[in-house]
Design a protein around this ligand. Structure first.
Ligand code: ATP
Ligand code: MG
Length: 435
């Protein structure tokens, strides 16, 4: 029980959400549902299956998979000790958990898996437009296939999602290949030599990465370093033969499938586990937070986390950036529809309205019906009905109750109110609303 004094203090200082963690309110939540439904439908149509995982994992999982020298592990994870003194972390990304679960449940033994997930992720970053501390991703991962065919299919699947959302034309697909672990190591030496020769031009972050994670310097968003990066030796020139063939075949399939892309030799991705193909969907419409979807191959990760060697690849779409892009795209966005506002003006009329509304809902499950609660005059309920945006008002007053009839009024078209028999109500709407 709160004392009076505590109540007063709480009123003066209402508690606010944590910085960078957003509430998603109506009507925006309806747009979220639309985006999520669209993604689920595309994923299902490509025969991907959902995997649902805990939002907290052992800290060790992310250190071992993402890599100690990455931004995420170095400075972005929400890590804490629980009551047993175990170090736990709010998941900063999805792939590590999927691989952990796949190994734990034997999903990868001689099996091909196509999986997807959707949910919240956590990184302690500086909040700004398109960058939050709790954000949502929709990801897809495929295990057990090593050829470029699955790379192409996965990329085409991501393209289909953006096409269905109507935002593909605002985005560019960019591709690169990081090669094998060996060819990457060779390139790393060459890059470090180049960067060391230009050490005075490196910013502070890059100085630090020069020894820990030099490839990441290529991903720097600092404009002062763009020339240095543009002139750096290209990973592509040091690719091993197998990776080069894989990458060429991928491009061939995408081109034949009619999907355009650009090659970006500086695309390296922030996580350590990528090999061969990496890709991003980027846009110019969202300022600095222009990467909407990112992914690639990570053939070594399953083994690295204790499983049998298993080729794998995946992508993650940032939901907030997708929705920001959708909102900026000028297209008509879906709004939560209200079909019927049900006006009733007595206890008996309310009771009957509950029953009739239920009959309608049973026959037309997509229909949305608001039954007025909180007694008020028919006149004021009509005002609420007008404001609600509903398509129709149903009116059940004393007179209608007596004669088993009901008033129907279109709130969109300038039509007179009509009266029909209650028994004909379902039939009437089956004819008048296509739901
Ligand atoms: P960035 O370079 O923008 O920091 P990233 O390389 O850290 O992105 P990934 O870990 O590859 O991003 O995550 C995939 C996608 O998830 C990103 O392309 C982006 O759309 C989204 N994302 C990542 N971090 C955030 C965040 N803090 N807030 C909102 N969306 C995010
Ligand atoms: Mg990041």
């Amino acid at each position: 029980m709160l004392t009076n004094q505590q109540t007063r203090i709480n009123v003066a200082n209402p508690i606010q959400a944590i910085r960078g963690m957003n509430d998603i309110l109506p009507p925006d939540s309806f747009i979220w549902q639309f985006v999520e439904d669209t993604m689920r439908n595309v994923l299902r149509s490509y025969a991907y299956q959902e995997i649902r995982l805990p939002v907290i994992e052992k800290t060790e999982l992310f250190k071992r998979s993402i890599g100690e020298a990455t931004d995420i592990v170095e400075k972005e994870m929400y890590t804490f000790l629980d009551r047993n003194n175990d170090s736990l972390t709010l998941r900063p990304e999805g792939t590590a958990g999927v691989v952990r679960a796949g190994i734990e449940h034997g999903l990868f033994y001689n099996q091909i898996q196509r999986l997807w997930y959707m949910g919240p992720y956590y990184r302690h970053e500086r909040p700004q437009k398109g960058r939050y501390r709790q954000f949502y991703q929709c990801g897809a991962e495929a295990f057990g296939l090593e050829g470029p065919d699955i790379d192409a299919e996965l990329i085409l699947l991501s393209a289909k999602i953006f096409e269905k959302l109507g935002i593909k034309s605002f985005m560019t697909l960019t591709l690169n290949s990081l090669g094998s672990v060996q060819s990457r190591a060779k390139y790393r030496d060459i890059l470090v030599k180049y960067l060391t020769d230009h050490q005075s031009e490196l910013d502070e972050d890059s100085q630090r990465r020069l020894t820990s994670n030099p490839l990441r310097i290529l991903d720097s968003k600092n404009p002062a370093m763009s020339d240095l990066i543009a002139n750096a030796p290209k990973l592509m020139d040091y690719l091993d033969a197998e990776s080069a063939t894989h990458f060429a075949k991928l491009q061939e399939i995408l081109t034949k499938a009619g999907l355009s892309y650009t090659l970006n030799p500086c695309l390296v991705r922030g996580l350590d586990y990528y090999t061969k193909t990496v890709f991003e969907w980027v846009t110019n419409e969202l300022g600095a937070q222009g990467t909407v979807c990112a992914g690639g191959r990570y053939d070594g990760l399953v083994e690295q986390l204790g499983g049998k060697p298993t080729p794998a690849l995946g992508f993650a779409i940032g939901m907030e950036r997708t929705i920001l892009l959708l909102q900026q795209s000028q297209q008509q966005l879906p709004i939560a529809p209200l079909d019927i506002y049900f006006i009733n003006d007595s206890d008996a009329a309310f009771q009957r309205a509950l029953d009739l509304a239920d009959q309608l809902r049973d026959h037309m499950p997509k229909m949305s019906i608001l039954v007025n609660c909180g007694s008020s005059s028919i006149k004021s309920q009509f005002k609420k009905a007008d404001k609600s945006g509903a398509e129709f008002a149903l009116i059940l007053g004393e007179q209608e109750l007596q004669s088993n009839s009901i008033g129907v009024k279109s709130l969109r078209e300038k039509a007179e109110q009509t009266t029909i028999q209650q028994d004909d109500l379902v039939k009437y709407f089956l004819n008048h609303l296509k739901k």
